[in-house]
Design a binder for this molecule. Structure first.
Ligand code: FE2
Ligand code: FE2
Length: 215
């Protein structure tokens, strides 16, 4: 049953617009959901299905940015679940979790499964992978790696739309505080500590480059 759902998702996300939202993100979010559920509880069947289906509306949102991919994914999910033989009585819980998975919605969902899905989705962009995705996306959008004279934004406003490093500083590093579950918060803190070290290393390399005499 889950294999059938996964096959449908793979064919839909084949046309995924960017590396941050392709099938590998979906599969990592599924694995994270199940890992968080090991300690936090929650219905594993609902979680697995919701994680697999949460971003299937992405290609539609990419074509038309006025639509909300969470709402589209929630609309598309029941047909896929029904044809895969997923238990009918659990479909509303899956749809609810998908509908409320967005980080930017600012809503704390009512169900444990929806909170775990939100945590897993954010967690996936909180560490090394988050930095990799930020750089890939920034490159695709022709953005700069960092501000040339003030990379760590000590004397200016951070601008995540202009500089990849600013996006890491202003969004990725703050993710641990938005986690709902203790398990996800702990994982996010570990990943954030790694990012902190990465940012310090980056800043020291930029600094050293400045101190080198011209050749
Ligand atoms: Fe999403
Ligand atoms: Fe996602």
């Amino acid at each position: 049953m889950m294999e059938l759902i996964q096959e449908s998702v793979m064919s839909i996300l084949d046309e995924a617009p960017d590396a941050g939202h392709d099938i590998t993100h979906t599969l990592r979010v599924r694995d994270l959901c199940l890992h968080i559920a090991d300690t936090e509880g929650g219905d594993r069947q609902v979680l697995e299905a919701a994680a697999l289906l949460h971003d299937i509306g992405r290609p539609r949102e990419f074509q038309d940015p006025s639509v909300d991919h969470a709402a589209i994914s929630a609309q598309m999910a029941p047909d896929i679940l029904t044809s895969a033989g997923f238990p009918t009585q659990k479909i509303p819980a899956v749809v609810y979790a998908i509908k409320h998975h967005r980080y930017s919605s600012g809503v704390t969902p009512d169900s444990l499964e929806a909170r775990i899905l939100q945590d897993a989705d954010r967690l996936d962009i909180s560490g090394a992978l988050g930095a990799a995705m930020t750089f890939a996306y920034s490159g695709a959008m022709n953005r700069k790696l960092y501000h040339y004279s003030d990379p760590l934004a000590k004397r200016r406003e951070v601008d995540g739309d202009e500089y990849a490093l600013d996006h890491i500083l202003s969004k990725l590093m703050l993710l641990p505080r938005f986690m709902h579950t203790t398990t996800a918060r702990r994982l996010a803190q570990e990943r954030s500590r790694f990012l902190q070290g990465f940012v310090e290393q980056l800043a020291s390399e930029i600094d050293l480059g400045r101190r080198q005499p011209d050749g």
